[in-house]
Design a protein around this ligand. Sequence first.
Ligand SMILES: Nc1ncnc2c1ncn2[C@@H]1O[C@H](COP(=O)(O)OP(=O)(O)OP(=O)(O)O)[C@@H](O)[C@H]1O
Ligand SMILES: [Mg+2]
Length: 307
Amino acid sequence: MSKILFFGGKGGVGKTSCSSAFAVSKADQGCKVLLVSTDPAHSTSDLFNMKIGPKIIPIKENLDALEIDPQKEADGYIREIKSNMSRIVSPIILDEMNKQLDAARVSPGSHESALFDKMVQIINETSEHYDFIIFDTAPTGHTVRLLSLPEMLGAWMDSLLKKRRNTMALKRMTNRIKGHKESEEDPIIKILTRRKENLEKARSIMMDEDNLGFVFVMNAERLPIEETKKAVQLLKKYKIPVKYLVVNRILPDTMDPFWSQKKKYEKTYLDEIESYFKVETIYKVPMFQEDMQSGTINQMADYFKES
Ligand SMILES: Nc1ncnc2c1ncn2[C@@H]1O[C@H](COP(=O)(O)OP(=O)(O)OP(=O)(O)O)[C@@H](O)[C@H]1O
Ligand SMILES: [Mg+2]
């Protein structure tokens, strides 16, 4: 079964670069890796200089990738809920619900649910094939909320199922009174039950402490440290372990007075990070001269090799 790692952190700290480099390093070591980008800007495609889309494609030996488009997933998700609903509720209520669902389409929650559904699907369908499934995610708060969704969705689906079962029980009763024969198994209950099973399967894969882990990417600066502290607390509430930290863009040694002063601050922050955060490994990645691209990503990957 795969290890599932979510790379999170503040905007621009290097989540996409580090998750890709981590994926490359594991693939180089012989693990089978799936890299999943949930970034609407499709920066993984730019990074590897390849067209990565919603279907899994090979990037290099042992490394496959795909990109999820949150807006597209949200639209599909709402469409599916609408069609499920149209079979459950009356047309008048349906009209009102459609209005609400359209409003929900543009709310951040719907992106998250849709994304989550897609992640669930990916984890269920691929966890037998890969040693690692690595998610490159959007900035912190978003992802942490995303991971709290299984409970919420589970309760929501339970209430839908209950409602549907009541309706069906009523229908069976009237049919019996009228002398009709029993209807076959209800398709809606089937759909809802399948969804719930998928969610539970993914949850049991993810919530197994050894399988799921969070990786925070940060820079050795005040604000990212504070944000990471908060996020780690929040994850604790959901019992999601933070496995690794990546301190990205570590400055080179220099004689220049401006930069050597900055390097001193960096040292203080690094000490704080090392004493505050209790994680398996803190990876330290230097600042490179050039922007990350397919070539430099291999260089970065060296910093994630097991020592
Ligand atoms: N160690 C590094 N050295 C030099 N440049 C870096 C390093 N890490 C990241 N970069 C550059 O910083 C920019 C932001 O990196 P990246 O896209 O990986 O961040 P991100 O956290 O995924 O951003 P976003 O929050 O927008 O998704 C990119 O231009 C990337 O090339
Ligand atoms: Mg990114």
